[in-house]
Ligand binder design. Structure first.
Ligand code: PLP
Length: 388
């Protein structure tokens, strides 16, 4: 039996999601732009999915643009707004702990003459809204601050940043890929103009996502072609994927408040038991507002890769750093930004839960990890056993 605790990388699809999608591969295969019955079936299904995704974040359905995932949503938001605003200014504000979909996009824009301020965060990965205010310049056209971090789970004070952006008349984008479906979200209260989402992080299919675009936001389209998605994203819609995303959003919204409590309790119990069983470990961002499903643990005198591989051999899946950068031996940019040295960064373990995680899953980890840490530490030349 495998135990999956790497849900910030991706989540298993719910059975109900697959069932909702299946007819749109088979009998209801129409192109949503066609005027005949087949097309209209597909169009109606997309409309329903759009409403479901909109409802999950407190948006209007006309404010949801479907696209290929979180990466495209981030690219569309950032490139689309700066392209439409470049005659007004070329300065962007973001943070050092964004996902590469935001950071690399900003770096590309720097090569094209834009200037980017990468705000530092504190040791919990938290940004102070005042930092954003202080960074605003007359030529600032975009603020892009993620809602919740994928590695350590820190939730940023987006509502306060939203007020600052509104006061200054600057567009605000937030990468909400990790927050969507895990905590209640109201884009109107947050004050964002754009909000990125990805279906596969909330038990939906991969390769589909959405960008919330507040009514009236002038976003230049990146993918040109037909008039799909109200001329905002050309290309025949991925109907089964969109339907699956809609079902996943619908199911995430049902009982979300209880689920936040259940998952948070499971995570907190797991952390308390791990801390009691293993000496010299600590939890990153422990006291910051944090996603209820995310636990990032620093294990001193042990190597993250070694821990992940050893756990994998016991059929438990977790990760070290972010899934998108694992495989490289670079320390995580998020852990570096919260002040960890490269050596410390290498000993980090990300354990991420989902709505489908049970206490049996966390029990297995709590029972298995102490022995593994002990064995790896015995091999470490830096580990000093007590009394030696
Ligand atoms: N943004 C964040 C915070 C993420 O965690 C991820 C995925 O790891 C993405 C963006 C990219 O989303 P997708 O995998 O849908 O391209």
């Amino acid at each position: 039996m495998h135990t999956y605790l790497d849900n910030n990388a991706t989540t298993p699809m719910r059975k109900e999601v697959l069932e909702a999608m299946t007819p749109f591969f088979l009998e209801d295969f129409g192109n949503a732009s066609s005027i005949h019955w087949f097309g209209q079936q597909a169009k109606a299904a997309i409309d329903e999915a759009r409403q479901r995704v909109a409802r999950l974040i407190g948006a209007q359905s006309t404010e949801i643009v479907f696209l290929s995932g979180g990466t495209e949503a981030d690219n569309f938001a950032i490139r689309g707004i700066v392209e439409s605003q470049k005659s007004k200014g070329r300065h962007i504000i973001t943070s050092r702990i964004e996902h590469p979909a935001v950071l690399k996009t900003c770096e590309e824009l720097e090569k094209q003459g834009f200037e980017v301020t990468y705000l530092p965060v504190n040791s919990d990965g938290l940004l102070a809204a005042a930092q954003v205010r202080d960074a605003i310049r007359p030529d600032t056209v975009l603020i892009s601050i993620m809602h919740a971090n994928n590695e350590i789970g820190t939730i940023q004070p987006l509502e306060e940043i939203g007020l600052i952006a509104a006061e200054a008349g600057i567009y605000l984008h937030s990468d909400g890929v990790q927050a969507t479906g895990k905590i209640p979200i109201d884009v109107k209260a947050l004050g964002v103009h754009m909000y990125s989402m990805s279906s596969h992080k909330l038990h939906g299919p991969k390769g589909v996502g959405a960008l919330f675009v507040k009514k009236g936001t002038p976003l230049k389209s990146l993918v040109t072609g037909g008039g799909h998605e109200r001329n905002r994203r050309a290309g025949t819609e991925n109907v089964p994927g969109i339907v699956g995303f809609g079902m996943a959003a619908h199911m995430a919204r049902e009982g979300l408040t209880e689920e936040v409590g259940r998952m948070g309790q499971l995570r907190d119990d797991m952390e308390a038991r791990l801390k009691a069983a293993i000496p010299d470990i600590s939890v990153n961002a422990e006291n910051a507002p944090r996603l209820p499903n995310t636990s990032n643990i620093m294990v001193d005198y042990a190597e993250g890769e070694g821990l992940v591989i050893s756990l994998d051999l016991k059929a438990i899946a977790v990760s070290t750093g972010s899934a998108c950068s694992s495989g490289s031996m670079e320390p995580s940019h998020v852990l570096t930004a919260i002040g960890k040295t490269p050596d410390e960064g290498f000993g980090s373990l990300r354990i991420s839960l989902s709505a489908l995680t049970t206490s049996e899953d966390t029990d297995r980890l709590v029972e298995t990890l102490p022995g593994i840490v002990d064995r790896l530490r015995q091999l470490s030349p830096y580990y000093k056993k007590s009394g030696i």
